[in-house]
Design a protein around this ligand. Sequence first.
Ligand code: DI6
Ligand code: FE
Length: 400
Amino acid sequence: MTEEPLILTDCRMATMEAGRYGLVDDAAIVLSRGRILWAGRRADLPSGIAGRRQVLDGRLVTPAPVDCHTHVVHAGNRAREFEMRLNGATYEEVARAGGGIVSTVAATRAASEDDLVAQALPRIDAMLAEGVTTVEIKSGYGLDIETELRMLRAARRIGRLRRVTVRTSFLGAHAVPPDHAGRADAYIDEVCIPALRAAHAEGLADAVDGFCEGIAFSPDQIARVFDTARALRLPTKLHAEQLSNLGGAALAARYRSLSADHLEYLDDAGIAAMRAAGTVAVILPGAFYTLRETKAPPVAALRAAGVPMAVATDMNPGSSPMCSILLAMNMACTLFRMTPEEALAGATVHAARALGLSDRGRIVSGLRADLAVWDVTAPAELAYRIGVNPLHVRYAGGRT
Ligand code: DI6
Ligand code: FE
């Protein structure tokens, strides 16, 4: 059965080629077999192309957003500790009440695969409602072999239950679990690396991530995980320089990682290393906002160095309980002074690159027909408004 092409006409498109808007007025975009068959000025549409026409009344069409950094699969929430803290509880008291990342680990270990999927789906649906067609999902709240695998299986299942591409990242090196307190090296050797091998054997890991931080793992410990990733031919990415500077970005660059993420404490040497390695900087303003961090990532220096900047939600129950890619774009502009054009490029073309995907994130013939049609005319409107969802329709692989 051959499906008739769909021709989107009377629209404005932002192609996002080379990270720029690349605005085309009075455009036409032809979708066929899940791909963009042709895109350009309507006046230039080749006469040989026939298909069903969808008139968009001047609406803006962009590449569909890609949320390239999420921990959306997890059990429970941390509203209780949020409330405790705002009622004056200290970090200590929150920890003693079982709060913090440990509480999410306990809830996630207790959850079945069905529970994990059921709890994640409303969050996923909120993302898709803003046009997202590709979501990265990390493990990292199991911190034992079985639960890490279960999280990744839940992530894969979400990709079958919804029209969304799921890219998984194994994040066994996210935190030292209470059962290995004070024994981070043993955790890496006895749990994290075996779990990574098992995840790979089951086809559950598209990439390998880690948290390089004083409260998590040292560069040497991350390097052991990354050596295993390299042996398995899996790409890497890293939570780096979020709360301090341990040289995580340079470590990521040494492994030619797809991305280094957070980067509030990134220095010039890290920027130079990322630039040389082609590592994307993933900017996560939701965590900065929630943690009331005051040191912003060096956006101006990254821009000057030509390091591509992606923007993502970091959706997680502790430091970024946020499902909105549009709000992440808004925060990237207002908190970090990224331009609306950079924010849109960050949520499309550069986000795709942060996942190693070159088949999406731009409107160019031959790429996947992953598109978002918005009830706006100027692309800056996407990052500008707060609490409004202007999505008109989303195409994922050419289908609504
Ligand atoms: N950085 C963060 O901000 C989160 N994980 C990470 O690597 C915190 C996750 C949590 O608190 O649940
Ligand atoms: Fe994260």
